[in-house]
Design a protein around this ligand. Structure first.
Ligand code: IMP
Length: 179
């Protein structure tokens, strides 16, 4: 079907901004003297990451990873791989992974496991959104912005078929698409 899905508002700009401000305060408290390495997961985390780091007024470094799932569609296949190599040295660093959404948890579990093997001094996860109803593997979220219902959500970096990442608010898709 080529018709566009219908969008329903879930989080307004002010709610997202409040969540990002709160997360920035928490991260600042824990990392202000650690010069952490923040690793954003592309593409979904690009807007959240850029808003978050601009609220952090201490030395830090930024890098990105891109992961791909071998399967197709909106579901994680569980067979994840890293696209391209991570250029930053992780060993001995205080690493904070920045994610857009934790759904089944398969993607982030893969990445955390991959990074752990590189022996960081510490490794934590900050995610803008969490969809706990769909979890398949246990994931510890150290910094959580917003909890979302069992719906497909878009906006503020999150996409449906590569669309809607540019929306400043977060919406859920209606009907079949939104589960
Ligand atoms: P997971 O492996 O199931 O936790 O999800 C991995 C990826 O699927 C996320 O990083 C998102 O890119 C994508 N994803 C999962 N749920 C949604 C959603 O509701 N909207 C947009 N993308 C999603």
């Amino acid at each position: 079907m080529s018709s566009q899905p219908r969008l329903h508002p879930l989080f307004a700009r002010q709610e997202i901004e409040a969540a990002v401000n709160r997360l920035a305060a928490e991260v600042r408290q824990d990392y202000h003297d650690k010069c952490p390495l923040l690793i954003g997961v592309l593409k979904g985390a690009f807007i959240f990451m850029s808003d978050l780091v601009r609220r952090l007024d201490f030395p830090l470094e930024v890098d990105f990873v891109r992961l791909s799932s071998y399967g197709r569609g909106r579901q994680s296949s569980g067979r994840i791989k890293l696209v391209g190599a991570l250029t930053s040295e992780v060993k001995g660093r205080d690493v904070l992974v920045i994610e857009d959404i934790v759904d089944t948890g398969l993607t982030i579990a893969f990445l955390l496991d991959y990074l752990k093997k590189k022996k960081p001094n510490s490794l934590k996860l900050c995610t803008l959104t969490d969809k706990p109803s769909r979890r398949q593997v246990a994931v510890t979220i150290d910094y959580l912005g917003l909890t979302v219902p069992d719906k497909f959500v878009v906006g503020y970096g999150l996409d449906w078929d590569e669309k809607f990442r540019n929306l400043p608010e977060i919406y859920y898709l209606e009907g079949e698409l939104g589960r």
